[in-house]
Design a protein around this ligand. Sequence first.
Ligand code: UDP
Ligand code: MG
Length: 322
Amino acid sequence: MSIVVPCYNEEDVLRGSARVLVDTLSKMVSKELVSEDSEILFVDDGSTDSTWRLVQELAVSHECINGLKLSRNFGHQAALLAGLMSVERGISISLDADLQDDPCVIEQMVKAFYEGCDIVYGVRESREVDSFGKRVTARLYYKFLRAMGVEIIEDHADFRLMSAKALRELSRFTEVNLFLRGIVPMIGLPSRVVKYSRKERLAGETKYSLSKMFALALDGVAAFSSVPLRVIAWLGAGISIASIFFALWAVGVKLFGDGVVPGWASTVVPIYFIGGVQLLSLGIIGAYLSRMYGETKSRPRYIVDHMIKSGRNNRTPEGGRY
Ligand code: UDP
Ligand code: MG
């Protein structure tokens, strides 16, 4: 088993998390649930603090701890993918460095794997520790994604188990705009949900800035649903048809009405309205276009700079390819 943990400026929590995870792992090894050469893989997502130094120290003092250092900050999803793609065999568990995802649930996940599941989703049972704003926006966002026809598991973040088979299939999804929560359910394969209650962050502050969260939310919609594009088309058609009736009405008033209608409102309101609709539509098309632009360039999704694996401490050769 490989426990993959993306870390970005997590010097405050890393030691504590490592202790808990090593404990969890050794308990599972002693119960013979997982093999002795299981690992905990910390992926340093271009931290600017002492995170990587800590990972190096931990790797020296604990045989089961390994590390992967990306060349710069690529974002949570890319860091997670980098970790998952470096898992050579066996199953992977992904979770956050702040241990808001409960490590006690890992055992349940592994049992579900032995019962034949290739993917086990950790789903938050309660969100009490999240702020009111985050709770409400998350709920609305999941509802919105559903309405857009995106298949996601509600209240599941990136705490999940994936078998070697599921990881192999994941590696075939080459998209640059990463939204793993949307991709993983597309793999299919037998899966199960395991509930847990989300805890407080061990220490430190959230590493998900508002802009990072917004970018992820946009990826979730634009990378998985073309419904907004269809809505634009329908809206355009609707307004065009309505305007034909409007023109007929205007001609009717001119021919049969008594006196000309004072036309200010009927001229200005549609100008503003249609102008707004057009700008919004262009914006939506732009969101898709920019993603296509990103996909066609197909730049590497992450670059590995350094790798510590089972005692070996290597700087990666040529541009970090392994
Ligand atoms: N993270 C990362 N790269 C980033 C931002 C975050 O690897 O650019 C990691 C972070 O270290 C943590 C996980 O993603 O392990 C989730 O971040 P955080 O706990 O700050 O998000 P929140 O729980 O507040 O949504
Ligand atoms: Mg967190």
